[in-house]
Design a protein around this ligand. Sequence first.
Ligand code: UDP
Length: 260
Amino acid sequence: MKKGKKLYEGKAKIIYSTSDKNLIIQYFKDDATAFNNQKKSTIEGKGVINNRISEHILLSLSEIGIKNHLIKRLNMREQLVKLVDIIPIEFVVRNIATGSLTKRLGIEDGTVLEKPLIEYCLKDDKLGDPLISREHITTFNWLDSANLDFIDKNLKRLNDYLLGMFRAVGIKLVDFKVEYGFTHESGKKEIILADEISPDTCRLWDVITDKKLDKDRFRKNLGDLIPAYTEVAKRLGILHEQSNITAVNVTKLSSIKKKK
Ligand code: UDP
């Protein structure tokens, strides 16, 4: 598999072509943006952790039959993924009210929702990703109602699975955003999950302390973003490579000490 030219650079990722027309490489950058690009920064190591966390989650989803674009992680920052036509909608699922929902509707922050709430936003930075209804989606043919029904069902299943996965490691899944796309393979168009699932795209609170372990640390200037993301990765039982690196460093250090 040969890496080709840069096709697109987004806020947090770069997309490269490959020698296979149906596959692309997704590169995770360290850049962080918030409030529709008004707040920007580079946080060293963020891309590496998100690459690992998203890989872990998408592989687990494949195991339970939630189809997604991930083929495999290639290295610290890159994944080989299926090329899809991204549906221009951000699908948000909420279990606890916070963020834009509380501001928009005056709902008290932290209100536990009786059942998951699905929201749709048009993926358009110039318009500030406005909230849209099901009717908007079908009226403007962004998706037909059968495909929207399929995605709604998929989102509920995804939410149930992710809630359990995070709860098992002492984390509340407050809300998240995902994207879907149409595959090109074998002539048939199939909807699969794309993009990433990471602390950049989810709100994750510690079960006991409600400590934020997600991108709100950047949005709200709380600091310690890397330790928080690392904590998520450790609790999920990943970051083995990093522990190997640490082990190598420890070995090297002890041999240096012995030589002295
Ligand atoms: N989100 C995202 N990308 C966006 C907007 C939102 O990944 O462009 C995620 C965000 O991290 C949160 C969920 O979607 O987990 C809901 O975000 P909200 O609508 O509250 O937006 P915000 O408060 O970030 O404006």
